[in-house]
Design a protein around this ligand. Structure first.
Ligand SMILES: Cc1cc2nc3c(=O)[nH]c(=O)nc-3n(C[C@H](O)[C@H](O)[C@H](O)COP(=O)(O)OP(=O)(O)OC[C@H]3O[C@@H](n4cnc5c(N)ncnc54)[C@H](O)[C@@H]3O)c2cc1C
Length: 368
């Protein structure tokens, strides 16, 4: 009899782990959507929605050996996971080993919808592209990697378009090196992007973080900015509400799950947590999740064969390595201790040409 493993979330951590384990274990993945998507491709999909044919894959194709239960984990208790479907159905999931990989939610639902089918997701990118194509003035809220990459795609596709990025902190790309931020700033401003740093919006944001209804926002310093399309690209928060009732003591003040070096939820022997939801002190990036997957896989295999989990994960604290694209031909890689690498052929090959879609397709055993 194969051991039963329940994996909540089919993002970069959940789907990749399920792919590694589903040949040897009875794996059920639980997620509210019926697809896996490469998040790095999202800025490109906003201007080139056809690329979704590669970047978004049905779960049935990405994880043919796993069972998929469509729904959202709403409460985890010692008895198992209570899962709610979009149709109002509820079911209890039990397993010998549980993995929590429910990632982040964003104010901009175009970044991560909370439910929906692959068809709806693809259509949403075509709609977004038509709104952007028709807009004269585009306002991007948030100057982190997502906001900067989105701006890069827009100025490459529609040169001369009025684009404003508004950023509450003193500089864009706060999570990586200053020199990378300086390069991105120069690149974008040369192409007419207006960067408003140290500015907070006072007007309420649109409910799903996106609007194609023209409007105006006001900043705390009294500036008024008009727009035809507003895109909210502010950072994510962990999806961990389902732990509040029975395991609130395992959450830190930001709602992230406290994990042991073996990547078990603190105090648990068979419940793992991976990816963006963890309290690991590192940038929340897919790049770091690769190392977490090796540790979790080894420890799950150990537990399944009656051994103690012994592989240890060392968080990539203070590692500011990051590749930020500025359209399909440019960008910057911050690679400490060397600093910023701006060689266009390097950034093209490393990320900008494909937004890492072939890399992650291959990891799932799909053709590039
Ligand atoms: C636009 C964008 C670009 C990025 N670019 C890069 C990059 O270039 N390099 C890099 O290293 N990182 C990048 N990242 C960060 C990277 O994508 C994340 O760190 C990574 O996706 C986190 O993986 P995860 O599996 O923890 O969560 P996610 O990938 O967020 O997946 C979470 C999954 O859980 C599901 N879920 C949510 N709530 C529930 C629930 N209650 N029950 C069941 N399922 C649930 C979701 O539907 C989803 O399937 C980028 C992120 C974004 C948004």
């Amino acid at each position: 009899m194969k051991r039963k493993i329940a994996i909540y979330g089919t993002g970069m951590a959940g789907a990749m782990l399920a792919s590694r384990l589903s040949g040897d274990f009875d794996v059920t993945v639980i997620a509210p959507t019926d697809y896996f998507e490469v998040p790095m491709a999202i800025p490109r999909l906003m201007v080139q929605p056809r690329y979704a044919e590669k970047a978004i894959v049905p779960i049935a194709e990405a994880l043919p050996k796993a069972r998929h239960v469509r729904g959202r984990l709403v409460e985890l208790s010692p008895a198992g996971g209570q899962v709610a479907g979009d149709d109002g159905s509820q079911r209890m999931m039990t397993a010998e080993i549980t993995v929590l990989a429910t990632g982040s939610r964003f104010p901009g639902s175009f970044i991560r919808p909370s439910s929906g089918s692959i068809k709806q997701r693809k259509v949403s990118f075509y709609r977004l592209r038509s709104s952007l194509a028709a807009a004269r003035r585009i306002l991007i809220v948030g100057g982190g990697p997502v906001g900067v990459e989105v701006a890069g795609e827009i100025v490459e596709t529609w040169p001369g378009r009025s684009v404003t990025i508004i950023q509450s902190g003193p500089r864009i790309l706060a999570g990586t090196g200053q020199s990378a931020a300086a390069h991105a700033t120069e690149f974008l401003t040369e192409r007419g992007v207006r960067l408003l740093t140290g500015e907070r919006i006072e007007t309420p944001l649109p409910p799903d973080g996106y609007t194609a209804e023209p409007g105006e926002i006001r900043t705390a310093s009294g500036k008024h900015i008009t727009y035809d399309v507003m895109l909210c690209c502010i950072g994510g928060r962990p999806n961990t509400e389902y732990l509040r009732t029975h395991f609130s003591d395992r959450l830190d003040t930001e709602g992230r799950v406290r994990v042991t070096p073996e990547l078990l939820v603190a105090g648990e022997k068979t419940v793992f947590a991976l990816g963006d939801i963890t309290d690991l002190k590192e940038n929340k990036m897919a790049m770091h999740i690769a190392g977490q997957l090796d540790v979790a896989e080894a420890n799950i295999r150990a537990i399944a064969s009656g051994r103690a989990p012994s592989r240890i994960y060392k968080a990539k604290t203070a590692n500011l390595l990051m590749a930020v694209t500025l359209g399909s031909r440019a960008g910057v890689i911050f690679a400490p201790p060397v600093g910023s690498l701006r060689l266009s052929w390097l950034i093209r090959k490393a990320k900008a040409e494909t937004m890492l879609v072939p890399k992650y397709r291959k990891q799932l055993g799909l053709s590039a």
